[in-house]
Write a protein that binds this ligand. Structure first.
Ligand code: UDP
Ligand code: MG
Length: 141
């Protein structure tokens, strides 16, 4: 049995409202990732600010928080051999103009902000981010 790792994935409000959830879930499954937990959530301002605290000093922070609280998101915990890079590869680059053909952001994203999805950037951050959305009990399997 290989070691399994986990990442947090979010389907952002732009994608949820455009009814792209199924296509993005399919992209995760096609990347060989397994869904450990999934739910829809409406973030409040404090939750969005805490989740993106690392970007607090960036010029796009206020706009990003407004965007992430503008509608429903879907939070997922994805599992695989190397879940963090596998999901980031499936998403593509942050700016859809730079994202590789076939990636989620290249296929669907409207802008660098409204880029459809989030993925953790390290195993350590994945553990922290998963804890923002899911209790330990929701992660048992
Ligand atoms: N973002 C933005 N403008 C930028 C850079 C990022 O609006 O110039 C938003 C975008 O939604 C991105 C999120 O902030 O997904 C977090 O940025 P990060 O650099 O962590 O990109 P990611 O890890 O999501 O690819
Ligand atoms: Mg990031």
């Amino acid at each position: 049995m290989p070691n399994l790792t986990r990442t947090l994935a979010l389907i952002k409000p732009d994608a949820f409202e455009r009814r792209l959830t199924g296509k993005i879930v399919d992209a995760a499954l096609d990347a060989g990732l397994t869904i450990v937990a999934m739910k829809s959530v409406n973030l409040n301002r404090a939750q969005a600010e805490a989740f993106y605290a690392v970007h607090r000093e960036r010029p796009f922070f206020d706009s990003l928080v407004a965007f992430m609280t503008s509608g429903t998101i879907v939070a997922m915990v994805l599992e695989g051999g190397t879940a963090v890079p596998a999901w980031r590869d499936a998403m593509g680059a942050t700016d859809p103009a730079d994202a590789a053909p076939g990636t989620i952001r290249r296929r669907f994203a409207e802008s660098i902000e409204r880029n459809c999805c989030h993925g953790s950037d390290s195993d350590a951050n994945a553990a922290i981010e998963i804890g923002c959305f899911f209790s330990g009990e929701e992660l048992l399997r």
